[in-house]
Design a protein around this ligand. Structure first.
Ligand code: FAD
Length: 279
């Protein structure tokens, strides 16, 4: 059975948290393995991420946190992890993170492998650790090969799985997966999936994250950007086809970047027939 998961960002307000629980309940019918909640650049959402994970878990869904160094001292991260373990969390997504915009470039970020190492050295509980992977190569990486070498370093440090940056070229994922396998990376590499629902957001995110929007998609989006229904229909069609192709060719699951909205993700999940029957 492919592993399905849904990503949220932490809401600003208690009311936002109530809405997020509602969104999670809508997506629950697709039987996700977990919902993950992001951690803002620079640790800016430490409390809000915790509060969102806590509310979601209280409502009965399996929510897990993202974590990054973000200038925190080791003891602060271990204390936060202990609090998460008390909530029953059994998996985290461990990241380097990015500097908050406007932070300049003078501060050095510590890489994700050192966070994985810290978690393994200080936490006894059997915790799953997901790390980020980049089929289209991380923007800071000197080369595709070194990016894979560093990913291998994160696995050797103790990560148990990878979730990828989103992409719209299935071949980029397959090529990356095969190179990872050849490099001896043997944990699941779950593709990240970004539904297409807002033109400006997609273009902005993709430029920052080094994600290629294929020309044919870009040109079609240019044409329909003012028409919400057409955008949703086109996005559902394109992304559902991508998901089917990924699963048919052996991807171990799908991780949806929901942007806290149920309808675009739900439309894709329904189109591809989730949840798949067991047995
Ligand atoms: P790293 O693995 O440290 O890699 C960053 C860069 O450094 C890469 O170019 C890599 O090749 C290189 N590198 C890695 N290890 C080493 C090393 N030991 N020495 C030298 N170079 C090295 N951001 C957030 O702020 N909050 C989130 O919650 C969040 N969630 C995410 C979830 C997923 C699934 C993904 C794919 C990304 C997420 N991001 C999030 C974005 C992420 O923080 C950025 O992509 C960030 O720039 C890199 O984080 P990383 O963990 O991949 O870093």
């Amino acid at each position: 059975m492919p592993q399905i998961s849904f990503e949220f960002f932490p809401p600003q307000t208690p009311r936002g948290r109530v809405n997020l629980v509602r969104t999670a309940k809508v997506l629950e019918r697709f039987q996700p393995a977990f919902y993950s909640v992001t951690y803002g650049a620079g640790g800016s959402t430490r409390e809000r991420t915790f509060a969102a994970v806590a509310s979601l878990r209280e409502s009965g869904v399996n929510a897990i946190p993202h974590l990054s160094w973000s200038g925190d001292r080791e003891d602060a991260i271990v204390a936060l992890l202990d609090d998460y373990l008390e909530l029953g969390v059994d998996r985290v997504v461990a990241l380097r993170g990015d500097l908050p915009s406007g932070a300049g470039t003078s501060r050095q970020l510590r890489h994700a492998d050192s966070l994985v190492r810290l978690i393994r050295s200080r936490i006894d509980a059997p915790l799953g650790i997901e790390v980020a992977a980049y089929p289209e190569v991380h923007p800071d990486a000197p080369s595709a090969s070194t990016d894979i070498d560093f990913l291998k370093g994160k696995i050797e440090a103790g990560a148990t799985g990878c979730i990828t940056q989103y992409f719209y070229n299935a071949e980029a994922y397959f090529h990356f997966r095969d190179r990872c396998a050849a490099a001896g990376i043997d944990v699941p590499i779950v593709p990240g999936v970004m539904p297409i629902s807002n033109y400006e957001t997609l273009v902005r995110f993709s430029a920052k994250a080094g994600v290629d929007i294929p020309r044919w998609i870009q040109r079609h989006l240019d044409e329909i950007q003012g028409d919400r229904d057409a955008l949703l229909a086109f996005g559902t069609e394109v992304v559902s086809r991508l998901c089917r192709r990924l699963l048919d060719d052996g991807a171990p699951g799908l991780h949806f970047y929901t942007l806290n909205k149920a309808p675009p993700t739900r439309a894709i999940a329904e189109r591809i027939g989730l949840p798949f029957p067991t047995g």
